[in-house]
Design a protein around this ligand. Structure first.
Ligand code: HEM
Length: 157
């Protein structure tokens, strides 16, 4: 198996684990949390799930980034970033950047602190914001996956 194919395999495996996890959180866990009675119950559940998912998501984000840039290098495809028809390349890097900032910068510093020490009203508003954010990120990720598969197999808009 040559290096490019291996990078592609690792890239797609990383995407499946990572975006699949985001889909699970958005469409199953967050709706289940919405039915919980107290913010304290939600908080406890969220912390238990998050402490398992976050390290896994950080690892897959790294894998997708390294394999992605390696493929750009092997393909000599840096000039794609200057062409609008390769919007799906921009979308991949954008989604990757957004998730990286969230997982490596915002999540460890801000979210964890907020989750432990705020009033019930704040907790409710934060939950609504978190649900909206997850829906937006999942929608953008799925559009990116669709565009990347179609684009890398020859589709041009
Ligand atoms: C640093 C970020 C990323 C870079 C540099 C990158 C780069 C690449 C490259 C060079 C390809 C191969 C294109 C070709 O064969 O013409 C590719 C394929 C692909 N990427 Fe990314 N990518 C990144 C992040 C992502 C993210 C975040 C996702 C998902 C949301 C994603 C999903 C895909 C998919 C689904 C394919 C197509 C695989 C196939 O059909 O064989 N990538 N990526």
């Amino acid at each position: 198996m040559n290096e490019f194919v291996l990078a592609r395999v690792l890239h797609v495996l990383g995407v499946v684990l990572w975006i699949g996890g985001v889909a699970m959180v958005t469409t199953v866990l967050i709706p289940a949390m919405a039915q919980m009675r107290s913010p304290a119950e939600r908080r406890e559940f969220f912390q238990r799930v998050e402490s398992r998912f976050a390290p896994q998501a950080r690892l897959t984000t790294l894998l997708v980034g390294v394999s992605g840039f390696y493929m750009v290098h092997i393909l000599g495809a840096w000039d794609r970033f200057t062409q609008p028809s390769y919007w799906w390349m921009h979308a991949m890097v954008l989604i990757w950047l957004l998730f990286s900032v969230m997982l490596f910068v915002i999540e460890p510093r801000v979210l964890r602190r907020q989750v432990t020490d705020t009033a019930v009203q704040d907790a409710e508003e934060r939950f609504v914001r978190m649900r909206r954010m997850h829906r937006i990120m999942l929608a953008l990720s799925l559009i990116t996956v669709a565009g990347a598969v179609a684009g890398s197999h020859g589709w041009m808009p």
